[in-house]
Design a protein around this ligand. Structure first.
Ligand SMILES: [Zn+2]
Length: 236
């Protein structure tokens, strides 16, 4: 059954007000730009509503520049910091290397400590079936950190460039991001080294398609992990 969250049509509850105290949300992604492309509209919506959102990047994307001789990791770190500023979120970075993801006992311990230090009540991460191994890695590391906190923390998955990276993704929850789409676009274009003029269109096509599934212009789709408690922001 589809859950239509945050949607302003059809009489569902309006989004949470920004006046009361809200908790911590951690959004994890493989590289700078992934969380912004996958669920930047929802991040903007959360921060506007008063949630403290941290974006955790597995690495600094140091192999992902098309500019020769650029200090790619530093450049993409600055881009991520700017994108987070636009969305009202706080960036943090794992110590893994772009394209060389390691998922072993040491990595599980390290990310468990890092994610736990943010005391999240909600974790949103990559869908685990994805063509990029870094995306699969942060998904596994996030899952592991969530599992020991599942009594107090929820886990949801987002999609990126569906079909190209994320595969086999059928959302069960939707967030209407029509009002936040311009801000999301700005955050994604902060990643200027990553050809946003090409890639943003793909993601925009996806949010338009997701929007068409639930009757709004732009929406982001999510799947709640089996065994996860429902988080109020994705069930109303
Ligand atoms: Zn990526």
């Amino acid at each position: 059954m589809l859950r239509r969250t945050f949607l302003t049509y059809s009489g569902v509850a309006p989004f949470l007000d920004a006046t009361s105290e809200k908790g911590n949300v951690l959004v994890a992604g493989g590289h700078p730009g992934d969380p912004e492309y996958g669920c930047g509209g929802t991040i903007a919506k959360l921060t506007k509503a008063g949630y403290r959102v941290t974006i955790l990047y597995l690495n600094r994307g140091e192999k992902g520049c098309r500019v020769m001789n650029a200090d790619c990791g530093s450049l993409r770190t600055r881009e991520a910091e700017n994108a987070c500023r636009i969305l009202g979120a706080t960036p943090t970075f794992g110590k893994e290397v772009d394209g060389e993801a390691v998922v072993d006992n040491a990595a599980y311990s390290s990310f468990d400590e890092l994610i736990g230090s943010h005391r999240p009540e909600l974790i949103i991460t990559h869908w685990p079936i994805d063509n990029h191994r870094d995306h699969r890695a942060i998904s596994m590391l996030s899952y592991d950190a969530w599992h020991s906190r599942r009594a107090t923390c929820s886990l949801y998955y987002y999609e990126v460039t569906d079909g190209e990276d994320t595969v086999m993704f059928s959302p069960t929850y939707y967030v209407d991001i029509t009002a936040e789409e311009a801000l999301k676009r700005k955050a994604c274009f902060a990643h200027a080294s990553q050809s946003p003029e090409r890639f943003y269109k793909i993601q925009s096509d996806i949010t338009r398609f997701r929007g068409s599934q639930v009757g709004c212009v732009h929406a982001e789709g999510f799947i709640r992990c089996a065994g996860s408690r429902a988080h109020p922001i994705l069930t109303s």
